[in-house]
Design a protein around this ligand. Structure first.
Ligand code: SF4
Ligand code: SF4
Length: 269
């Protein structure tokens, strides 16, 4: 990245929208691995880690966690985008709308009336949507939470002017590389690994349990085919739908497959 005399070091901002903070924590969980990076960049805005707060930037790279759920969010992300060279979304909330996107299939006003004693005080949108629905996103790092080494690698590559180089294959690839017996083939356990993006290191299958899709869809996943196979193995349709409408349920690939299983039309293109 080209440097100015005013800002000789690359400037990083980290922002939170509707989220649990888990992906920002993954960044902090890098611990001493983060220190060499911090010597080479200027950490301009990261409220979870620093009292320095300059939300107006400008930023060479902005990491954005969380989904857009309020009118204020929708305005704030536009301002961040205007002042950022490379905008990177981190985690299922930011890349898919997150678990809170369950509201997209519900009546938010009705839910508010059940949850809050004073629903009239709550200012919210009817939907929870990924950042890419609102502004151009340069890189999406999927996962709930994200893989911390993956975030560090992407950050370093971007700051060096390279591309992000994220995996597009499925969890099965990582699972097979680790020599795991396949829980789907050997035990008939419904595993979402064939349609889920690699990057977690196949943690769940390595522990003898099924992948539940927390990294969101792999590139061009054949979700309908997998769900037919899981149903043939005895997974009830309602459970198949629940598996897809989970942390990444609003991501188009999972949403359309869940809609098809439920016999719904897709809500958006
Ligand atoms: S993607 Fe998961 S870990 Fe990250 S902020 Fe959202 S809920 Fe938390
Ligand atoms: S256990 Fe799951 S992730 Fe591993 S190879 Fe089988 S289907 Fe793929």
């Amino acid at each position: 990245m080209r440097r100015s005399t005013e800002h000789p070091r690359p400037r990083l901002g980290v922002f939170k929208f509707a989220s649990c903070d888990g992906c920002q924590l993954q960044l902090l969980n890098l611990e001493t691995d983060l220190l060499p990076l911090l010597e080479r960049i200027e950490l301009v805005h990261f409220l979870e880690a620093s009292s320095r707060a300059e939300p107006e930037g400008p930023f060479d790279v902005a990491l954005v966690e969380g989904s857009v759920t309020t009118p204020g969010d929708a305005e704030r992300i536009l301002r961040i985008r205007e002042r950022t060279t490379r905008l990177v979304t981190i985690g299922a909330c930011a890349t898919s709308g997150g678990i809170q996107a369950l509201r997209n299939l519900a009546d938010v006003e009705e839910w508010k009336s059940h949850v809050y004693p004073h629903p009239e005080w709550i200012e919210t949108l009817a939907t929870s949507t990924p950042i890419s629905d609102h502004v151009k996103v340069d890189v999406e790092i999927q996962g709930c939470p994200v893989n911390k080494e993956q975030v560090l690698r992407v950050l370093v590559r971007l700051l060096l002017g390279a591309g992000a180089d994220l995996p597009s294959a499925s969890v099965c690839l990582e699972c097979k590389r680790q020599g795991n017996p396949c829980v789907l083939v050997t035990r008939g356990i419904p595993c979402l690994g064939p349609v889920t993006r690699a990057g977690c290191g196949a943690i769940c299958p390595s522990l003898g349990r099924d992948c539940y899709g927390c990294f969101g869809p792999a590139a061009e996943p054949n979700v309908a085919s997998l769900m037919r196979q899981l149903e043939a193995l005895g997974l009830p349709r309602a459970d198949a739908v629940r598996r897809l409408r989970h942390l990444n349920g609003w991501r188009r690939e999972f949403r359309e497959a869940a809609d098809a299983l439920e016999g719904r039309g897709t809500e958006r293109g």
